[in-house]
Design a protein. Structure first.
Length: 240
């Protein structure tokens, strides 16, 4: 299976701009489009769909927690049904814009703290699966977490994701920050190649941990996202 490059994007809101989506779109294979809870609005959702279609980029739903002010990066207490309904609501809105442009939903990838909650809380992971079953699409997630365990146990196609622009701790867990800082593109590209060729991720202290890598993520709100995306795309060309 070729390794793809995906990007969390479409996260502007009203007159507030977040990330250079137009600059990133030609560099990626898959766009994870924000659906209005943690970021975006109807106009930006439609604009992102149109841009992705023009660039031949596939689209996944990127639903988040109902926390616009915190950008979906503050954990909340939610029941399984609440998680399911929040994802169905957001994905359904995005799907309407996609259908207006003749596009099909490629996958679902929860955003921010919702993604982290599904890594660790069974009820949340099952709520994510409940929504994915409705739309009949794969889920992006992290290996070695409840994503892999529960998504696969439920029979939902699981796409193992590796992050190009986030740090991992020594246990192989992502370190979630409210604001992303710039990263060294060459160093991040090197980490991605190691994940593909050796099945090992690199923690912030330099230790290695087991990982699978079927798709690589770059965040549009990372300050030098375009430089990272370009470096990673060039580095993974033999497996792309």
């Amino acid at each position: 299976m070729p390794v793809t490059l995906n990007c969390d994007m479409g996260e502007s809101f009203g007159l507030y701009q977040m990330g250079d989506d137009s600059g990133l779109m030609p560099l990626i294979d898959v766009a994870n489009v924000a659906c209005g809870f943690h970021a975006s609005d109807p106009n930006h959702m439609h604009q992102t769909v149109v841009r992705a279609k023009a660039a031949g980029v596939r689209i996944g739903s990127h639903p988040g927690l109902p926390d616009l002010q915190g950008f979906g990066r503050r954990e909340m207490r939610m029941t399984r049904d609440e998680v399911r309904n929040a994802i169905v609501y957001q994905t359904g809105a995005l799907l309407g814009f996609m259908q207006s442009e003749g596009m099909e939903l490629h996958h679902i990838k929860p955003h921010g703290s919702l993604y982290f909650m599904a890594m660790q809380q069974e009820a949340v992971a099952h709520g994510v699966c409940d929504a994915a079953e409705i739309f009949g699409v794969p889920l992006f997630g992290m290996t070695g977490t409840l994503h892999e365990e529960i998504y696969q146990a439920r029979g939902i196609p699981f796409v193992a994701e590796f992050y190009a622009d986030l740090e991992y701790n020594a246990q192989g867990k992502l370190i979630l920050t409210r604001v992303h800082d710039a990263k060294d593109p060459a160093r991040m590209a090197e980490r991605c190649v190691r994940a593909i060729t050796e099945g090992k991720g690199t923690a912030e202290d330099g230790t290695l941990f087991p990982v699978r890598c079927e798709t690589i993520c770059v965040h549009s709100d990372t300050p030098n996202a375009i430089d990272i995306a370009r470096a990673v795309r060039d580095a993974i060309a033999p497996w792309h």
